[in-house]
Design a protein around this ligand. Sequence first.
Ligand code: GAR
Length: 191
Amino acid sequence: MIRIAILASGSGTNAQRLMEHFHGHTQAEVALLGCDQPQAGVLQRAWDHGVPSYLFNGTQLREGDVLRELEGQRIQLIVLAGFMRLIPSAMVRAFPRRIINIHPALLPKYGGKGMYGHHVHEAVLAAGEQESGITIHYVNERYDEGEHIAQFRCPVLSDDTRASLEARIHALEHAHYPVVVESVVNGIVTI
Ligand code: GAR
């Protein structure tokens, strides 16, 4: 059984979809939900799914406590689901091609530090883009620059608001993220 840790900072709708998808799965389980925000809605979602959660702060992430916790819990795959902090290089080195992120735009556009959540959708609308989408990628030491695994596209409509675009992007994420993570799991299982 591949042991997955999800790291999340916010509401956690993607984390929820992942926990649902891997519930009762034969090859992988969500063994841990790591979170850096004590008020985040994702903590309740983990509780509801019986997934243990681990709360930490930025210092613990930078100084290696989080890496030690993940290794101690024999985690093999880390899935970021709305996690807003930079992954330290020691963790990237310890989990080569074993950390996956989802970004709510078509990278390399609208990525980098500060480009997260609604900021991304506002920038896409301000630029007058006719298309947006999501990027699922491996994580390296720089925000949003790791190797791409998959991208999925959707239209931006002329009367879109931040909320309507965000809802369309979320639907795309919920449909695809668990399936793409499962394909990475399959790759690990067959190695
Ligand atoms: C998602 O749209 C995800 O792509 C984005 O945060 C949202 C979290 O929503 N991630 C980033 O912007 C990372 N740079 P959720 O908490 O409902 O899953």
